[in-house]
Design a protein around this ligand. Structure first.
Ligand code: GLN
Length: 197
């Protein structure tokens, strides 16, 4: 089977995510076709979606303006996988605690932007992630804190006592950027493990 993936390309590391999806697919012996999503109309053709980091206010505005936001909501309502990273997680959350972000309510968590402890800028940390045998090298860049986790949300990883990776049904959300190393196990976890389930 060929996996059709969509990477929202308003901002963020689009080619890095596309590479990670291709690597994860290849490890499963599957072909993949990755579309860059800039306008409405492509999301309905995608088996899996990726909402990258960047600046959540800008991403949110563009998704609403282009009519992509409601397509992403329909995708998740249909039970199809979404990986939302950093600013993408802020946009996908139930509450971004910022009026400029239209939270899509796809992951039942409250987030706080740019609030990761004293390490406000960037840092890398080896994370123990549920489902992975070895620690994942996680890169955090002005990362959001997941401040509240509601019912039915599984915490997949914590750092410094805070959840930094969660799963809510078909959606995996991370505070960090899993595309910035050669390690594509988070893409794998979000897409292939749930596609197979
Ligand atoms: N600081 C950004 C925001 O709050 C998120 C940063 C990122 O995606 N790396 O929107």
């Amino acid at each position: 089977m060929t996996l059709t993936a969509g990477v929202v390309a308003v901002q963020g590391d689009v080619s890095e995510h596309a590479d990670a999806i291709e690597r994860a697919a290849a490890a499963y012996g599957e072909d993949s076709e990755v579309h860059e999503i800039r306008t409405a109309g492509t999301v309905p053709d995608c088996d899996v979606l990726l909402l990258p980091g960047g600046e959540s206010t800008t991403i949110s505005r563009q998704l609403q303006r282009e009519g992509i936001a409601e397509e992403i909501v329909d995708h998740v309502d249909a039970g199809k996988p979404l990986l939302a990273t950093c600013a993408g997680l802020i946009v996908a959350s139930a509450d971004a605690q910022d009026d400029r972000v239209d939270a899509l309510n796809l992951v039942d968590v409250t987030v706080e932007r740019n609030a990761f402890g004293r390490q406000k800028d960037s840092f890398e940390a080896p994370l123990d992630v549920t489902g992975l045998d070895e620690p994942f090298p996680a890169v955090f860049i002005r990362a959001p804190v997941i401040a509240e986790v509601y019912e039915d949300v599984e915490v997949l990883a914590e750092w410094d006592g805070q959840p930094v990776a969660v799963r809510d049904g078909p959606v995996v959300g991370t505070s960090f950027h899993p595309e910035l190393t050669e390690d594509s196990r988070i893409h794998d976890l979000a897409f292939f493990e749930s596609v197979e389930a």
